[in-house]
Design a protein around this ligand. Structure first.
Ligand code: ADP
Ligand code: MG
Length: 614
C-alpha cells in the first residue's frame, strides 16, 4: 500500500480558506476598508463596478508598504499587527489574522500599488489566483491602492451563488456604512459604476450618521453617554417618534468594531419600553469601549458576534444610560396616542341606573354630496363603488380580475381570507365609528368588523399608485413656494433614479445641483404631509425594498409611497373620512391584506361575542 496522505498545495489551501473569509464582494470590500483604517489613512476611497463583481478598489493615503512587505502581505498568516501571542489580548486594529489578502489573492486578480512617504518609488504587484504575475517598482502616490478584479473568476460555483446586483450592492453599502460610521474623522467616498454614492468629509459622529442615513437624521438623535471605570458608552439613540416599522438603523460597535449582540439589543428595547408604538423599532448608534482583555474578539473575521466578560453589568449600564437620555430630553412623559375618543368600559357605580347608549348621527350629513367629500383631505374617490353598494344587502367585494405581480404574491393571503370575506355579509347600517383613533368599527351581519385604518389606507393608496403607474398621470398641484431640499449622496442617488416615476404620481422634482432638488409640485390630492419627511421616508423605504429581488421598481415605489403617506394610527378621522375610507377599501382589488401582507380587518363573530356572556 502506498501512503496516501499529502499536503494540499498552497493554492488549493488558500482557495479553501478564502471561501470562509470572502463570501461575497462585500466581505472583500470590508477587508480592504479595514486595512486602510489600520494603515492610518485619513482619506479612503471605495470604487466598485457591477456591484463589486468586476471591480472592488480601495485607495487610501495611509502608511503604505515597502516592496518586501507588499509581496509578503499576500502570504497566509502574514500580518504586521501582532507579534506575540500576548498581543492577541490587546488588539486595537481591525485585522490581525493576516488572512484577508491571501484569501482574496486566491480567488481574484489583484493589482496593488503602494508607497511609503520615505520611499522614492512605490511598488506594483499583480497577482492572479495566488500567482505573482508581475512585480516592479513604480511611480505612485503615497499610500495604497488595491484593485480586486473579477472576484471568484476561478471559482465559478461561488460566482454563481452571488445574489442580484442590488443585493450585493446593498451588502457593500452596509459594510461601508459600518466602517465609515465608526471612523467619522476619516473622509470617505464611495462610487458605484462611476456614480458617487457617498461623499463623507471628516466630521462629527452626528454629521457622519446624517451623511450616511439622510440629512434629517441629525434632528432625530439624542446623545447617550456613560463613563464608568470599566465601560465607556457613547453614541446616539433615535427619538421614539421616529422609530421605524423595520429594524433599520441599529448599530453597536465594541472597541470600534461593528457587532451584533441580541442581549444588548434587548437592553435598549427595555429602556424604550412603553415609549414606542407597537411593532416599531428604535434607532441606535452605540459605541462601547471596554478593556480589550475583557472582550473576546478572537473570532472569525466574518462573524460579528463577540463575548463580553461582564455582559450583565454592561446590560444594566446601557439600559440606564439610554433611559437617562430619554428622560433628560424629556421624551418620557405621556406618549398617549388615543386619550381622545377612547371608550370607557369601567364598571358603573352600584345602584346607578344605566341608560342604554344613544347613538347620534348627523342628520345633515349626506354621503352622496360630493362637496362634503371634497373636505376629506385624505381620500379622493376614484373608484366606482358608491355608498349604496356599501350598505346594500350584500357587500360586493370586488374580485380581482387583473392581478398585478404584487397581487399575485398576495393571492395566497387573499385565498386564506376568502372565508372571512364571505362571512362579511352585509354591513348592517351606518353605524361606523372610529375607535381609539386607530380602528374603524362597524357592524356586519356576521358580527363586528374592526378595520385597521393605517393598513386600510396603505392598501387604498398602493392600488391607486399602482394604477397611476399603469395608466394615467395624476394631477399635480403647483407649490406656492417651491421647496429646495438637500439630500445625502446616497439618498440623492435614489431620488434621481425614481423622480420620473414620482412625477407620474404628481411630484414635480427638479435636480438643482448634485444633491439638491427643487420640489415644484406635489400630488394634488395628497397635500397634507411634510414634504421632506415624506420624500425621505419614500427613499428609505424604497432602498429597503431593493433587497427584495422580485419587486419591480414601480411596485416598490407604490409600496414605499403608500407606506409613507398612509394616515397613521392615532389620527382622528372625520365622519366623512371614515366613510370614504371604508368605501375606497372595498373598491380595492385586495381589500383584505395590506401591501406588506397583514390582515386589514378582522371580524369578531356573533358566536365569539356570545361566548363572552356564557
Ligand atoms: P491583517 O489585516 O489581518 O494583518 P491582511 O491580509 O488584511 O491581514 O493584510 C496583511 C498585511 O498587509 C497587514 O498586516 C498590513 O501590514 C499590510 N497591509 C494590507 N493592506 C494595507 C494598506 N492598505 N496599507 C498598508 N498596509 C497594508
Ligand atoms: Mg486585514
Amino acid at each position: 500500500m502506498h501512503d496516501i496522505i499529502r499536503l494540499l498545495p498552497d493554492s488549493v489551501a488558500n482557495q479553501i480558506a478564502a471561501g470562509e473569509v470572502i463570501q461575497r464582494p462585500a466581505s472583500a470590500a470590508k477587508e480592504l476598508l479595514e486595512n486602510a483604517i489600520d494603515a492610518g489613512a485619513t482619506l479612503i476611497k471605495l470604487v466598485i463596478k457591477d456591484s463589486g463583481k468586476t471591480l472592488i478598489q480601495v485607495v487610501d493615503n495611509g502608511c503604505g508598504m515597502s516592496m518586501t512587505d507588499a509581496r509578503m502581505s499576500f502570504e497566509r498568516h502574514a500580518t504586521s499587527k501582532i507579534k506575540t501571542a500576548s498581543d492577541l489580548f490587546a488588539i486595537k486594529t481591525m485585522g490581525f489574522r493576516g488572512e484577508a489578502l491571501a484569501s482574496i489573492a486566491a480567488i481574484a486578480q489583484i493589482e496593488l500599488k503602494t508607497k511609503r512617504v520615505e520611499d522614492e518609488l512605490g511598488s506594483q504587484i499583480i497577482i492572479e489566483g495566488s500567482k505573482v504575475i508581475d512585480q516592479k517598482p513604480t511611480q505612485c502616490a503615497n499610500g495604497t491602492s488595491i484593485a480586486i478584479k473579477n472576484l471568484f473568476f476561478n471559482v465559478p460555483a461561488r460566482r454563481n451563488f452571488l445574489k442580484s446586483n442590488q443585493v450585493e450592492t446593498r451588502h457593500i453599502i452596509d459594510e461601508f456604512t459600518r466602517v465609515s460610521m465608526v471612523n467619522p474623522l476619516v473622509s470617505f467616498t464611495m462610487h458605484h459604476n462611476e456614480k458617487a454614492i457617498f461623499q463623507l468629509n471628516n466630521s462629527t459622529l452626528k454629521q457622519r450618521i446624517s451623511g450616511l442615513l439622510g440629512a434629517n437624521f441629525s434632528q432625530r438623535l439624542i446623545p447617550v453617554e456613560q463613563d464608568t471605570e470599566s465601560i465607556k458608552i457613547n453614541g446616539f439613540i433615535g427619538k421614539p417618534e421616529f422609530a421605524r416599522k423595520t429594524r433599520g438603523e441599529q448599530f453597536f460597535f465594541a472597541n470600534n468594531r461593528f457587532i451584533k449582540h441580541p442581549y444588548l439589543h434587548h437592553s435598549i428595547d427595555a429602556a424604550f419600553q412603553e415609549l414606542l408604538p407597537k411593532d416599531t423599532f428604535p434607532s441606535y448608534f452605540i459605541f462601547i469601549e471596554v478593556d480589550p482583555k475583557t472582550i473576546d474578539i478572537n473570532i472569525h473575521p466574518t462573524k460579528t458576534e463577540v463575548n463580553f466578560q461582564d455582559s450583565k453589568v454592561l446590560y444594566a449600564i446601557l439600559r440606564a444610560a439610554v433611559r437617562q437620555s430619554l428622560g433628560k430630553f424629556s421624551i418620557t412623559p405621556t406618549l398617549d396616542f388615543d386619550v381622545e375618543q377612547s371608550l370607557d368600559f369601567t364598571d358603573p357605580p352600584k345602584g346607578k341606573i344605566i341608560n342604554p347608549p344613544k347613538i347620534t348621527t348627523d342628520p345633515t350629513y349626506n354621503p352622496f354630496d360630493t362637496q362634503t367629500r371634497k373636505d376629506s383631505k385624505h381620500f379622493s374617490k376614484s373608484k366606482t363603488t358608491n355608498w349604496e353598494s356599501l350598505y346594500a344587502d350584500q357587500v360586493q367585494i370586488a374580485k380581482p380580475d387583473k392581478l398585478t405581480t404584487e397581487d399575485n404574491d398576495l393571492q395566497k393571503n387573499i385565498d386564506s381570507n376568502e372565508e372571512s370575506q364571505k362571512e362579511v355579509g352585509e354591513i348592517i347600517n351606518e353605524k361606523i365609528f372610529q375607535f381609539k383613533n386607530r380602528y374603524i368599527v362597524t357592524v356586519v351581519s356576521s358580527g363586528l368588523m374592526i378595520i385597521d385604518q393605517n393598513l386600510a389606507h396603505e392598501r387604498i393608496l398602493f392600488e391607486r399608485f399602482s394604477n397611476l403607474f399603469e395608466n394615467e398621470k395624476a394631477s399635480s398641484q403647483q407649490e406656492l413656494f417651491p421647496e429646495t431640499l438637500s439630500f445625502s449622496a446616497s439618498d440623492a442617488e435614489i431620488l434621481n433614479d425614481i423622480k420620473d416615476e414620482l412625477s407620474i404620481i404628481g411630484f414635480a422634482i427638479k435636480p438643482m445641483s448634485k444633491n439638491t432638488f427643487v420640489i415644484t409640485g406635489r400630488p394634488a390630492d395628497l397635500t397634507d404631509f411634510n414634504l421632506r419627511d415624506t420624500l425621505e421616508g419614500i427613499i428609505e423605504n424604497y432602498r429597503k425594498n431593493l433587497l427584495d429581488i422580485n419587486l419591480n421598481k414601480k411596485i416598490n415605489l407604490a409600496k414605499s409611497m403608500a407606506a409613507n403617506v398612509a394616515i397613521e394610527a392615532g389620527t382622528l378621522l372625520k365622519k366623512e373620512e371614515i366613510n370614504a375610507m371604508v368605501d375606497a377599501l372595498f373598491a380595492c382589488k385586495a381589500p383584505t391584506v395590506s401591501p406588506s401582507g397583514k390582515a386589514i380587518f378582522n371580524i369578531i363573530s356573533m358566536e365569539e361575542i356570545a361566548k363572552k356572556f356564557n
